[in-house]
Design a protein around this ligand. Sequence first.
Ligand code: GLN
Length: 451
Amino acid sequence: QDLLGRIKDKDGDYNSFITVAEEQALAQAKAADELRAAGNAGAWTGVPMAHKDIFCTEGVLTTCGSKMLSNFVSPYNSTVADNFNNAGAVCLGKTNMDEFAMGSSNETSFFGGVKNPWDSDRVPGGSSGGSAAAVAARLVPGATASDTGGSIRQPAALCGITGLKPTYGRVSRYGMIAFASSLDQAGTMTRTAEDSAMMMNVMASFDEKDSTCVQHDIPDYTATLNDSLEGMTVGLPKEYFRDDLSPEMQQQVMNAIKEYENMGAMVKEISLPNTHLAVPVYYVVAPAECSANLSRMDGVRFGYRCEDPKDIHDLYVRSRGEGFGDEVKRRIMIGTYALSAGFYDAYYKKAQQVRRLIKNDFVEAFKDVDMIMSPTSPTPAFKAGEKGDDPVAMYLEDIFTIATNLAGLPGMSVPCGQVGVDGGKNLPVGLQLIGNYFDEARLLNAGHKFQ
Ligand code: GLN
């Protein structure tokens, strides 16, 4: 009730929630109280949280930030939602996001942009901007999110919170509305690494309903938070410390890395030579996969349908024409082109080949180091509207995060300081930690020791 009140009071300013599920939340809280009174409470009994509106939640509106699903009440739960329900958590509602998770500023949401709690003229990052802002504004202690090219880590960095994208296949994608299936992964938005570890204890599960979910031991992510970092080797990829990164941001990141040295880590420069190919490869692979995934939004079975369709063709064309926003349409067109007969080999197949080279860079690097560190994003939070007309400028927001998704590796952003911007405000900076496959516990350990 306390947090529902706080959301009512404050979220008019931020717009971080699309749906507040008050009735369901109070029923879950009541059930949790009863369990607690009966002496049957677990770590998550009654803990409030929220889901990014990309996760299907039974009986609750699930929009994915789109007009296309603005009337879609899911008939089933995503596995992630089930896991939290089964643990006794209380879901307060569904957080705002870029439409179908395409964007880096939350400005493509059909439900309006989200304001960065640090400065209301600025964006919270995206696509999980609602989850990041809600946690940063203390409307909720933790929220789920998804990351296809940076959508957990970049908004976490821009809002000064902790975001973890696990290894591809660690968390079930069942019921998480697909954007680019070979890149999408669910993860956490929290204030601290410790809270993220608690969320991972609930989220990580093997799930037969997701054929890409990996059967791999699941540790207690909270058990190793305090392990020593003595002797850990950290690689700094020279391609991620670029001249165009502001000296102030560079300084904050280097100060954080110095702290790791003080804690006993050994730091060395490494090279990931194919880094410059990551954004171009992503913008072939992700649109190609999204064009296929979004073909199910046809106005027939669920979601938005145009008024008075003349025939089936008119129904498809107008429902999709009216239901999707500009960025989504741009990607469907690029992806359809890249997958069309005669172009497949030149675009999608070539992109997948280069993707393998990018992955191999990481595999080589991890023979030498335990963890990779870099800035999370090239800029702190930028002004709303600033990159609106320039999709490529927006795409470059993910220049440090995208390669991790192409390789399927886990990545995390932890707040590591602030930089001053015009107007005398300070904005947060994120340090990105990239781990080897299934090394989430070590990332959380490293994040926790720093915090
Ligand atoms: N900003 C990237 C995009 O627009 C990544 C989004 C994401 O990770 N979902 O595609």
